[in-house]
Design a protein around this ligand. Structure first.
Ligand code: ATR
Length: 286
């Protein structure tokens, strides 16, 4: 029973990973639910992901979160994939069973849907939805979005053929259309989701005038201590409803926690704690 006093070990692997909020989120979940666990952020070399996973589980690690740039690799390495990870082409949650089978899941889609539906009161059913971007982040959430039966889901991307490729891949699962950013259908969308990496370079995807109106919900899948570039752009376009992806981050973490620990933490107090921390960082000028 030498391991009896050692808490179960979890981690997030990424590169970069130092600014990850996941260790704090899982610490708050553990406190709230009375679970004993350790959760670290592990910086993994770009070419060392497979080895890092193997070492982590050989040493008795219980579960991993995976972030940029390793989600696609995690999908390839996993021995078994969940129903929702398979179409996503990406895995953000790994666990290993007693037989050494590495199981991969993707909780990003459910994280987005819970943030939209339960935290923000945005019902996707029957809405016109515009997805900006056709990379891994967009791909990971398309199937769960389509399950909500939007009246239309249009994927627009800087490189048009990536958008059409993605739409073709998911065509069986719902009403999907696709185009380049300059060719977006001229209709007022109810919900615009930014899944591009443009904000990482301080840029925004340029949209035709009229795409975003005052009633358009504008959701950025990324977050920062201050409103993101896309949120600021959406406000300039007149949107009165702009949201960052902090709630999605906490919701996907809660689903990982449930998979690992069999208990669902409450997310609202954790989202509130992260917002308070952000406000303090802004007040300190960071
Ligand atoms: P991720 O896994 O974060 O989605 P990715 O697979 O590299 O990363 O995809 C990045 C997405 O952001 C793509 O849709 C990319 O558009 P392209 O397919 O044309 O490259 C989009 N993107 C990145 N920078 C952008 C910018 N400055 N303006 C518009 N779209 C941008």
């Amino acid at each position: 029973m030498s391991t009896a006093s050692r808490p179960d070990h979890y981690a997030v692997m990424g590169n970069p990973v130092a600014h990850s909020k996941s260790p704090l989120i899982h610490r708050l979940f553990a406190e709230q639910t009375g679970q004993q666990l350790q959760y670290d952020a592990l910086l993994v070399p770009e070419d060392g992901f497979a080895q890092a996973i193997a070492i982590f589980f050989i040493r008795g690690g219980k579960g991993l979160n995976v972030t940029v740039p390793f989600k696609q690799q995690a999908w390839e390495i996993a021995d078994e994939l969940s129903e929702r990870a398979r179409p996503a082409g990406a895995v953000n949650t790994l666990m290993m069973d007693e037989q050494g089978t590495l199981f991969g899941d993707n909780t990003d889609g459910v994280g987005l849907l819970r943030d939209l539906g339960e935290n923000l009161g945005i019902d996707v059913a029957g809405r016109n939805v515009l997805m900006l971007g056709a990379g891994g982040a967009a791909r990971g959430v398309l199937a769960p979005l389509l399950e909500q039966r939007p009246v239309r889901l249009h994927v627009a991307n800087r490189t048009a053929r990536r958008a059409t490729g993605l739409a073709a891949a998911f065509a069986a699962q719902g009403t999907l259309s696709a185009s380049g950013l300059d060719d977006i259908p001229a209709l007022r969308f109810d919900l615009v989701i930014n899944a591009t990496a443009a904000g990482l370079h301080g840029e925004v995807p340029a949209l035709p005038a009229g795409t975003i109106g005052s009633d358009t919900w504008c959701y950025d899948m990324v977050y920062g201590t201050e409103p993101t570039a896309f949120m600021r752009y959406a406000r300039q376009c007149g949107s009165a409803h702009t949201f960052d992806g902090l709630g999605m981050l906490v919701e996907q973490a809660a689903e990982s926690f449930r998979l690992w620990r069999g208990i669902t933490p409450r997310t609202a107090p954790v989202i509130a704690a992260l917002r308070r921390q952000n406000a303090e960082l802004v007040a300190q000028g960071e």
